[in-house]
Design a protein around this ligand. Sequence first.
Ligand code: 3H9
Length: 686
Amino acid sequence: MAVNIEYRGEIAVVTLDNPPVNALSRAVRQALFDATEALDADPSVKAVVLACAGRTFIAGADVGEFEKPPEPPHLPDLVERIERAEKPWIAAIHGSALGGGFEVALGCRFRVAVPSANIGLPEVRLGIVPGAGGTVRLPRLAGVEMAVDMVTTGKPLVAPEAAATGVIDALIEDDLVAGAVAFARQVLGRPLPNRLRDRAISAPSDTFWDAAAKAVAARARGEEAPPRALACLRRAAEQDFDAAIAFERETFLALRGSAQAAALRHVFFAERAATRPPELAGTVPVSIRSAAVIGGGTMGVGIAAALRDANLPVTLVERDAAALGRGVSRVRGIFDSAVKRGRIAADVAAERMAGVTATTDYAGLADVDLVIEAVFEDLEVKRDVFQRLAAVCRYDAVLATNTSYLDPETIAEGIGGPERFLGLHFFSPAHVMKLLEIVPAKATAPEVLATGFALARMLGKIPVRAGTCDGFIGNRMLKVTRAQAERLLLSGATPAAVDAAMRGFGLPMGPFEAQDLGGLDIAALQRQTARTRGETPFAPIADRLCAQERFGQKSGGGWYDYAPGDRTPRPSDTVSAIIAEAAEGYPRREWDEASIVSMIVWPMVNEGARILEDKTALRASDVDLVKIHGYGFPRWRGGPMHYAEAHGLDRVIGALDAVSSDGLADPACEFLLCAAARGGFSACIR
Ligand code: 3H9
């Protein structure tokens, strides 16, 4: 049974049990509805505690049901039934009360919670608005300002914050259900507060709404749900309860079937699937209680900060005292800046720094559980590091390389105990970026690979398993993007037009602005290495820019010119001349925004298909996660592979054909053709 009722004297305790997260499936809604009827009809019951079994309170509507038409009893009707109950209901919250789960709690007359619980309305992150009264009841309880913040960002509140604002009526430290029953007995002796539907709301001024609309538009560029959620909240503040509920429901149903909601649901399930590669089912990871980072450069210190954020003691290793000193002050800089931005308190920053040990001596690593190497991208330097690590580290310690384009197999060649070796590719800045590509070598033991995934969970990262190849998943696709961007310039587009089109598509930056920010020199070095391997990387214009030492913002010019101390990109006559010279002999075309986007995105999808074909990625959705979490591909478009499937793979192939005949892109690969014929990428994965 999904719902169980027990009686503690005159208090009924309704326990919902629908693992893993007590989502409100149709069966659960029906069982809860039946419970409200039965308890209202039972004269021995004076109040009802609603609690949940397992790790959490109700995590929301069952997102898996959103692919089908809604079935009764509908959630808004259930929440209304609980709110209208003759006896007061008290939600007893542990874990998370999210979305529909929080809306059920808002239907209850009271809410109590353990201090570690969190509550929120994250629906906008799924491309929808709350659909069971959240936008109408929350402002009546918490005030319009707080409701606008919670609903339009989807960010949860921890229980103590919610208690401070009256959203939670009491915090319960010990046994939650016993505490909730005791709370119920106390409130029975007093007059009950009004139901939320009967509470007044004070409508803010137009100025408030204008400012809120501006903030939402700036934060959620391209997204449909946040501004629609704001419109619901405005209705809730300005119209009567029932009219606002009807408007919210209409908005919810309209968005539930939208392309953006489908894309965001795809990402939601992709993020969870990625954490569990099928080959690791039942494998127990190595336990990680301490870590070391080799290299105090940008990447190394970001990784060290990420490890400290997860409370792991970290040893930072550099080759000499001066480099070590610079590394340590960079780590301190990360925490200081977190304090300045209000993200952590000064004492937390001090405690994070206290957990960093600095040394130049590898002997200090004899007892660490995990070492992550993040030294300069030079094969010999890295090989030397691993020889030294293999000699001093425990045999069961995990040894990882953060290489972004060298072959992990070669880096680990000849080390003792190669089964403890693994690629862990972080993205810069490593304490901020969510993506972690996890790259096993041939000899990597399953429990070592599983440790990569367990580490990602500890650090709050999105893990994606990647096979060994040049650039793994992300940088391999990036190379195609950059080549396509240059082909656009050779055939008549300008850097500014390409960047504007990609920003219009939803990326935070266009490909040229991004290169100027990160620096053109790293990719130039990679191309040099590739040429020594006999490859012919395509970057006719970037190569010319680098030859003139135009490395981007740091050298005062790259694809754009920059005034000293100013990061505003300005179109450059020098670059125009370089492009004109490189473009001699290429046919020129007119490029509008849509055709620029398809010149970049469809070849990216084609490379994604090749990546699936050679099994560098396990699933198309993993490719999507890499682009979303590592490269700013708009989440609400679902990632390139989902976007292509939603667009129609036949149309993608048609668009590739149209440009490939002029040498402006590769023709569709076999895997893409297979996916188009079989109705999707997953149908072709063997
Ligand atoms: C909504 O409520 C709309 C309403 O306003 C109106 C309706 C009319 N549904 O994340 P985990 C699965 S919209 C179905 O790894 P954790 C998840 O796929 C909803 N399944 O656990 C995974 O399955 P599997 C608003 C769900 O402990 C398993 O549970 N609510 C749902 O790291 C474990 O998930 C949200 O957006 C769901 N709602 O984190 C909350 N949620 O094992 C979404 C989870 O097969 N959920 N699953 O891969 C979360 O944020 C996290 O799951 C939570 C637990 C924090 C609760």
